[in-house]
Design a protein around this ligand. Structure first.
Ligand code: BES
Ligand code: ZN
Ligand code: ZN
Length: 515
């Protein structure tokens, strides 16, 4: 769907559907209330053109404006548009930028269901919501595009025509068009990054192999002008990535170590940040085999790598003023005569020896060598993201990802990015006591402290491979698949979690490093 700002009033549009909004418990505009709860701005103008049809819906109790509510009105020639889609914004005091994404998604889904080809919308939240034109345009575009995401996989029947084809952002004040344009482009770039993440996570594990991920990364890098490289097994051997290779050796499907770089040529003048994503393209558990129930969900065990690749697309497209490196170590975790076993001892690329006591704690093995590799960029901050532990999913449910950080400043930027993107993070502790749980008889550390040791011991394991002052770890085990009650995140399949969070993080870091 193509999105463009068009100067003019929404009630003048001759689109197949126009979208207007309403806060909850707005009073019908004819009843004389003057407490600011009347439908205002564009909605009021449309209501007047329709001779009070919107006011009737409200006073009749058919529409309260609560969040996610939609209604359709037929103007019958009173205005040029064929339909009016009215979407609820919920209570005014709870309004924020995420309300805009949700409302935009709801409304565009209704337009799609009605087979509207050309749609025009107000910028939700730009008036009474007090968002800037740019913010409102970004959130409206982002929510609309994310809400239309569709995954068809390997279905061989004909895909339905993708509708709507165009979305016009009605910009009342012509001077606001450039800001709306910038916002819409940001929304497009971010939604395209998320779609890439979702596609990679949704793809079956026989198709989305490490080599496939490297190819997808190379194609998107070409599109937005990133440097890209995918190390193969031999190169990983030369780098002594013994932890990653121990996992990868169990599969005939070869691993890749994907490196993406934005602004590599300006590394000396800009802050460098490194994003690292776990890319286990299928996690059987290895010889510490997972139960068969639900094993299929482990096709999503590369969701961290998917988030990094999607974010790097958006960061490149938005040309964020920062040196950003994306690392995606990718491998299968399988059984077979080459597979690693409990009680093996392997050496990571920083020389730390690791006793394997669970082959199912494989994600931290990949991350270990990637976190060591990150040091070569002399990063101001490193953030890794991974579907790392069932314990984190148990602790925080499908609501928030766990956040660990060695630096308060980095943690605060991530929390702020989580707030702006509505991809929630919840801080968890790196207590020194967790060190004890990793003690080994035969090596420097062991890779698993058992599920009862909790999510903290997994983060503490990773810390052994970190040699820079600001590092954060995001455990998104509960968030890769099946969102709940979010109109712009699919309830089935991949959520794309992390791509928007990391993109926003990079934008905010760039902003604060300029100040
Ligand atoms: N990929 C899993 C974690 C996971 C679990 C992701 C559920 C998504 C949903 C990870 O590799 C794993 O198996 N972790 C083990 C760690 C344990 C052996 C210390 C776990 O959580 O049980
Ligand atoms: Zn595992
Ligand atoms: Zn895993």
């Amino acid at each position: 769907m193509n999105i463009k700002p068009i100067p003019g009033a929404i009630q003048a549009s001759d689109a197949d559907a126009i979208i207007v909004n309403l806060f909850q418990d707005a009073q019908p505009f004819w009843n004389g209330h003057s407490d600011g709860t009347q439908p205002g701005g564009a909605t009021k103008a449309v209501d007047q053109s329709l001779d009070g049809a919107i006011s009737d819906l409200i006073s009749g109790g058919d529409f309260s404006g609560k969040a996610d509510q939609v209604a359709v009105l037929y103007p019958r020639g009173a205005i040029p548009a064929r339909r009016v889609i009215l979407v609820g914004l919920g209570p005014r005091e709870k309004f924020n930028v995420d309300v805009v994404r949700r409302a935009a998604a709801r409304a565009i889904q209704k337009a799609r269901d009605l087979k509207a080809g050309r749609v025009a919308t107000v910028l939700h939240g730009a008036g009474a919501g007090e968002l800037s034109i740019e913010e409102a345009a970004q959130a409206t575009a982002e929510g609309s595009l994310l809400g239309l995401y569709d995954y068809r996989g390997q279905k061989t029947d004909d895909a339905p025509e993708p509708l709507p084809k165009s979305l016009e952002l009605a910009i009342f004040d012509e001077g606001d068009v450039p800001a709306a344009q910038r916002g819409a482009e940001a929304g497009r770039a971010i939604a395209a990054g998320v779609a890439l993440t979702r596609d990679l996570v949704n793809l079956p594990p026989n198709i989305c192999t490490p080599a496939y991920m490297a190819q997808a990364a190379a194609e998107m890098a070409e599109e937005v002008g990133l440097r890209v490289e995918a190390l193969e097994r031999k190169q990983m051997e030369a780098l002594k990535m013994g932890a990653l290779l121990a996992v990868a050796q169990g599969s005939d499907t070869p691993p890749r170590f994907i490196i993406l770089e934005h602004n590599g040529d300006r590394a000396s003048e800009l802050d460098s940040i490194v994003l690292v994503g776990k890319g286990v393209t299928f996690d059987t558990g290895g010889y510490s085999l997972k139960p068969k129930e639900g094993m299929g969900r482990m096709k999503a065990d590369m969701a961290g790598a998917g988030a990094v690749i999607g974010a790097m697309y958006a960061i490149g497209a938005l040309d964020v003023d920062l040196h950003v490196v994306g690392l995606a170590p990718a491998a299968d975790n399988m059984i077979g005569s080459h597979a690693y076993r409990p009680q093996e001892v392997v050496t990571a690329s920083n020389g730390v020896t690791i006793e394997i006591n669970s082959t199912d704690a494989e994600g931290r093995m990949l991350l270990a060598d990637a976190l060591v590799y990150a040091a070569r960029f002399q990063p101001a901050a490193v953030v890794d993201i991974a579907t790392l532990t069932g314990a984190c999913a148990t602790a925080l449910g499908r609501v928030a990802a766990g956040l660990f950080s060695t630096d308060d400043g980095l943690r605060d930027v991530l929390l702020s990015a989580a707030d702006a993107s509505a991809e929630k993070l919840w801080p968890l502790p790196l207590f020194p006591e967790y060190e004890k749980t990793l003690e080994s008889q035969t090596a420097d550390i062991r890779n698993s402290a058992g599920i009862r040791a909790g999510v903290g011991s997994s983060a503490t394991f990773l810390k052994h491979f970190v040699s820079y002052p600001a590092w954060a770890h995001v455990d998104m085990a509960g968030l890769a698949l099946e969102a709940k009650d979010n109109p712009y995140v699919p309830g089935k399949g991949a959520t794309g979690f992390g791509a928007r969070l990391l993109t926003e993080f990079a934008r905010q870091w760039a902003q604060s490093s300029r100040e």
